[in-house]
Ligand binder design. Structure first.
Ligand code: ARG
Length: 630
């Protein structure tokens, strides 16, 4: 290849993925040497292991000739060009080394360009353009604690939303509140007894929780003492009124909902989390529920669930509840049929090993799974989504599988667009004061732990302008990073001490890496200032292997973003951040800016600023606010 003009290949996007240029150049060589189509050749180019830029595993092309012969063909066809410097056979691989000057130019100029000339910032792309995804996440239950599962869903859901957006998708962020069921009847009864308008306006979430605890105690005491279960009866009555659309009960409930949302939004905001829609179980329309029931009937999917079966079902659920692993609306569903009054309707999914979930209670009131089934039809009608993701913990694995199965048995046109993004548990989420109940408490715990860490370094602590804000931000970073560090399916132990440490791969370490990158520019100004046109910078001066290593990893960032969308793993991005931070921290001693000859200082400063920009945008993708001082 004498010229530097590359052919177009489907799937290659050199404008947004600067390293794609090198992959294309390798594909051109492979296609010539091995007589492959450009597409096939391109798909065979991978990043190399440490020290190698790109690698091709020759056997993957399944060609007739022997591997050593094929490798020989490639290496003998190779001539160095504008993109590629060297090619080395190491059976069954061929390794490629790219031309450093071209690498620097393509990567550093692209980082600097964004987004003005290209439309999307470095790291983003248009692959999802024109497609819409609904992502449901967080979904706490009003008047119940915001537990660790909700926190993980919130964190993972936010990052997934950002990821889809970075890949060009249109994203609807949806919070599906647990805001319906018998417990709201109970809450209304409790509010009459213990409620205060003032506390409700102040902090609805906390107040409703208090009221709920008190009224539950009333109900439990009546049961225990063998007294008439007045509280419970009243609650059922109120809920029945709500289900039949009684305005006076509904208006109270609506206020609970609105004030709770108001408070939730405040805390979400603190976390850099936002929603486009606050949906809720209460907002699944009854005509959709009726239509879904009718469809189940028409497809012959409904069977009776005898009281004995229901009883067993209930017993299983009771066990799950005592383990604290069951969602709350299911508690209410379970309680609906403890002694086998009447016959419930169920769908037999035993042939798929998914049990026989009840979809309608004997008294005809709605049920959690039915609200999910009907709800997704309603959402499809409204959004015509190309994909719908439910970010829900693994405790509800069975529930989600049942719900998806039923939707597919109903031949819903969108059945194959539904995806469950599951995750493992968080253990030991408690503070010195006891079990954590509210999101604020979790964040406050992290913040306190962070402040304590910061105060240990007295000298530095004096210089921090707003220790409160800084501790809060770092604390949050620590909570999120701890959560996203390992693969989603893994459970982890919530450990405020360890997660806020400056040692090891923690959120605090990431913030520190970013702050240090920011401070270098401040330190050398005004002696060294980077010119606004980066083509005036002499990249050739960045001759150290460390500099090349940094530029190469920066160049992989768009690929990391693209890959994380396939795996739905925020951990991919977290480990990119750590890898980058480690390389940079090992560069400080060799790539010195201060006191260097001017041109060299400029080139190095530009390199650090590019690293800062990429680390910053990766952190923002993770919904973190990168700090500039700490
Ligand atoms: N509110 C539920 C709970 O706290 C989670 C909702 C999950 N989403 C769904 N579509 N079922 O357990």
């Amino acid at each position: 290849m004498s010229s530097s003009v590359l052919p177009l290949i489907e799937g290659a996007d050199p404008a947004n993925f600067p390293l794609d240029s090198f992959k294309v150049a390798i594909a051109v060589l492979l296609s010539k040497a091995l007589d492959l189509s450009l597409d096939t050749a391109f798909s065979g180019v991978d990043f190399g292991r440490k020290g190698v830029d790109f690698t091709v595993a020759v056997p993957r092309f399944r060609l007739k000739s022997k591997i050593p012969e094929l490798i020989e063909k490639v290496t003998s066809t190779f001539t160095p060009n504008h993109y590629l410097e060297q090619c080395v056979g190491e059976s069954p691989f061929v390794h490629f080394y790219v031309r450093t000057t071209t690498l620097f130019k393509l990567v550093l100029e692209r980082i600097h360009q964004s987004p003005a000339s290209n439309g999307v910032p470095f790291g983003s792309n248009w692959q999802g353009a024109g497609k819409k995804v609904v992502i449901e996440f967080s979904s706490p239950n009003i008047a119940k604690p915001f537990h660790a599962g909700h926190l993980r869903s919130t964190i993972i859901g936010t990052v997934l939303s950002n990821l889809f957006e970075a890949n060009g998708w249109d994203v609807i962020r949806m919070n599906y509140l647990g805001d319906w069921g018998k417990q709201f009847g109970l809450l209304a009864v409790g509010f009459k007894r213990y409620g205060s308008e003032e506390s409700l306006a102040n902090n609805a979430i906390m107040h409703l929780f208090d009221v709920y605890v008190k009224v539950n105690r009333d109900a439990a005491l009546e049961k225990e003492r063998g007294e008439p279960e007045i509280t419970d009866q009243k609650a059922r009555e109120v809920f029945r009124k709500m289900e039949s659309g009684d305005e006076s009960t509904l208006s109270l409930w609506r206020r609970f909902r609105e004030l709770s949302i108001h408070k939730y939004a405040e805390v979400y905001n603190r976390l850099n989390v936002r929603f486009d829609v606050y949906a809720g179980e209460s907002l699944v329309r009854s005509d959709h529920i009726k239509a879904a029931m009718a469809a189940l009937e028409a497809n012959n999917l409904l069977t009776d669930k005898t009281s004995k079966e229901s009883n067993n079902n209930w017993k299983e659920k009771k066990v799950a509840m005592s383990l604290g692993t069951l969602r709350t609306a299911e508690e209410e569903d379970a309680e609906a049929n403890p002694s086998g009054r009447g016959v419930a309707k169920a769908v037999d999914l035993n042939q798929w090993k998914l049990g026989k979930p009840v979809v309608q209670k004997p008294d005809g009131t709605t049920i959690y799974i039915m609200r999910d089934i009907a709800g997704v039809f309603q959402r499809y009608e409204q959004y015509k989504f190309d994909k719908h993701i439910y970010v829900v913990g693994d405790q509800q694995e069975l529930h989600v599988a049942q719900f998806f199965k039923i939707v597919s048995l109903l031949n819903a046109p969108f059945a194959d667009r539904l995806e469950h993004v599951s995750f493992g548990r968080v253990n030991g989420m408690s503070t010195r004061k006891g079990d954590v109940k509210f999101l604020d408490e979790i964040l406050d715990t992290a913040k306190e732990a962070m402040l304590a860490q910061m105060q240990q370094k007295e000298e530095k602590f004096k210089d921090i302008e707003d220790p409160d804000y800084t501790a809060d931000q770092i604390g949050m970073t620590c909570v999120k990073v701890q959560d996203m560090q390992a693969k989603r399916v893994h459970s982890y132990n919530f450990d405020p001490q360890r997660m806020t440490s400056f040692e090891g791969d923690t959120g605090a370490y990431l913030q520190y890496a970013h702050v240090r990158l920011c401070s270098i520019e401040r330190k050398v100004a005004p002696t060294v200032v980077v010119p606004s046109d980066p083509s005036q910078i002499n990249f050739d001066l960045l001759a150290e292997p460390k500099a090349r290593e940094i530029v190469f990893i920066l160049g992989t960032y768009p690929d990391v973003v693209r890959t994380a969308l396939k795996t739905y793993e925020p951990s991919n991005i977290v480990s990119f951040c750590f890898r980058l931070s480690h390389i940079i921290s090992s560069a400080w001693e060799t790539l010195i800016v201060m006191g260097q000859e001017h041109e060299l200082a400029q080139a190095r400063l530009f390199l650090y600023m590019s690293a800062r920009d990429v680390l910053g945008s990766a952190m923002r993708l993770l919904s973190l606010s990168p700090l500039t001082r700490m």
